[in-house]
Design a protein around this ligand. Structure first.
Ligand code: SF4
Length: 209
């Protein structure tokens, strides 16, 4: 929707599907091993070193309802909200922290990238985190007004051949109000007529209006 309202409208109305491009398999492979890594610590009631060495996390624990976590991680379902008109917003999370002091949930999302973070790398994920927290509140859970991104990026190759990744934990303030506004803006856009503004690639599909 942000990149091209027209593309969003056409794809949500089933008129066409935007070419997805080549999706690199490394991030999804990393997601899968990281979920296993975190679950090993969750089973022991501990935080992994990436988090427990960080003073900010001393009151946190990993969410340990395994059935719910499995459902929430499923990208086809995940956190799911349906309004009274049948409009759906949903998304699969990576992991969840719980603040032991008040029981509130804190979304934790893993990100794999090729290089150390730039100043604004994390800002790209703002809407994603806002939406997760908003969906959780809609499902009746209380959330903190912040979430975490845990970035992994390659650092060096060990003498024995293993690639060593470094990690950075980034705390982000989140806004459930912005998520709700985004959902409403999306519905307004979809319930209107197809946006006319095109890029040069749209020249051949004017008949889609
Ligand atoms: S304007 Fe460009 S990006 Fe938007 S729908 Fe057309 S081809 Fe896609």
């Amino acid at each position: 929707m942000h990149e091209c309202p027209r593309c969003f409208w056409l794809s949500e109305h089933g008129e066409w599907k935007r070419p997805a491009g080549i999706f690199p398999s490394l991030p999804s492979g990393m997601d899968s091993v990281l979920k296993k890594h975190f679950d090993t610590f969750m089973e022991k009631g501990k935080l992994p070193p990436e988090l427990c060495d960080n003073a900010e996390c001393k009151n946190f624990k990993l969410f340990d309802d395994k059935e719910l976590l499995k459902e929430w991680r499923n990208s086809r379902k995940g956190l799911w909200y349906e309004d009274k008109d049948g409009n759906v917003l949903h998304g699969g999370i990576d992991n969840m922290l719980v603040n032991k002091a008040n029981g509130k949930f804190i979304v934790l999302d893993y990100k794999t990238r090729g290089f150390p973070l730039k100043e604004d790398t994390h800002e790209y994920y703002q809407s994603q985190l806002n939406i997760y927290a908003w969906l959780l509140e809609k499902l009746g859970y209380k959330t903190e007004n912040y979430a975490y991104l845990l970035f992994y990026y390659p650092k060096e190759v060990a003498e024995t051949g293993e690639v060593i990744f470094d990690n950075v934990l980034k705390k982000m303030a989140i806004s459930k109000e912005d998520a709700e506004k985004l959902f409403k803006d999306a519905l307004k856009l979809l319930n209107g007529s197809c946006p006319k503004q095109t890029c040069e690639w749209c020249e051949g599909v004017k008949g889609n209006d």
